[in-house]
Design a protein around this ligand. Structure first.
Ligand code: IPD
Ligand code: CA
Ligand code: CA
Ligand code: CA
Length: 265
């Protein structure tokens, strides 16, 4: 394993175990609301501290972009961290959440870890060396027809700006696919797409820390990731479409009539 990935994996597992232990005792947790339907707990912050400490100890000159504490430092290396992706699930005792850590080098994603402590699923990727679930090499699914495809998504719950377009896309995908899932942790939706569990995925209004690691998992598993337009600006726009190469194309085609100016990359 690449040494940088190794450090990130250790940090993700340590943070994940802390989150998983905390899930046994949710009643006395301090929780605050950042905006509509966006909560943060002391566990999100503690997990983030553990990860940042570990990365800074190993690589003091690297920059950090983390959900709860923001951006720190400047470097050609940037660690993009979601310490607890799926906070709403976590707060409700729903076992679908993960720690997501990605490393960007000169603007290109090079290392990725998504760790689901509820299932002990460790998804990893290094650019050019493939994606793995624990020791197993991942490939995106081979389904070619939309009618056979299972599609993951996330509801745009904290910004209703693109609601009409989103609902239109959901209706069309529902009619054309074999099903839609909304489990509630974008990093895992992407990891599951890399693993071929979903044939495709789309969402609007995501943040870089929701996507950074998961996207490298998908491309390293032979899949495609773009914005809703087919371009590569998704980390900036927050609007994302992904999947195996065939289903990614079908999804872009379904989405195209709904591309309002705000939804273009
Ligand atoms: C959220 C989850 C969810 C997605 C939201 C994200 P958080 O992350 O990834 O699936 O739909 O847009 O904000 O806040 O739980 O880290
Ligand atoms: Ca959040
Ligand atoms: Ca997140
Ligand atoms: Ca989070």
């Amino acid at each position: 394993m690449h040494p940088m990935l190794n450090i990130a994996v250790k940090a993700a597992i340590r943070a994940g175990k802390l989150i998983y232990r905390a899930a046994d005792n949710l009643d006395h947790l301090t929780v605050t609301k950042k905006s509509h339907a966006d909560y943060v707990s002391e566990v999100d912050r503690a997990a983030e501290r553990i990860i940042i400490e570990a990365l800074k100890e190993a690589y003091p000159s690297h920059a950090i972009l983390a959900e709860e504490s923001g951006a720190q430092g400047e470097s050609e290396y940037v660690w993009i961290i979601d310490p607890l992706d799926g906070t709403t699930n976590f707060l409700h005792g729903v076992p679908q959440y993960a720690v997501s850590i990605g490393l960007q080098h000169n603007g290109i994603m090079t290392q990725a870890v998504v760790y689901d402590p509820t299932k002990n699923d460790l998804f990893t990727a290094t650019r050019g060396r493939g994606a793995f679930l624990n020791d197993k090499r991942l490939r995106v699914s081979k389904r070619k027809e939309m009618a056979d495809a299972l599609i993951g998504t996330g509801f745009p719950y904290s910004s209703f700006e693109h609601m009409d377009a989103y609902m239109g896309i959901v209706r069309d995908v529902m009619q054309k696919s074999s099903g839609i899932r909304r489990p509630g942790a974008a990093s895992l939706d992407l990891a599951w797409t890399a693993a071929g569990r979903y044939d495709g995925f789309f969402e609007t209004g995501l943040k870089p820390w929701d996507m950074a690691a998961g996207c490298l998992l998908i491309t390293e598993a032979g899949g495609m990731v773009s914005d809703l337009h087919g371009s590569d600006t998704y980390l900036k726009s927050g609007h994302i479409c992904a999947g195996n190469p065939d289903i990614h194309q079908h999804l872009l085609h379904i989405i195209s009539p709904y591309l309002t100016p705000g939804l273009k990359g």
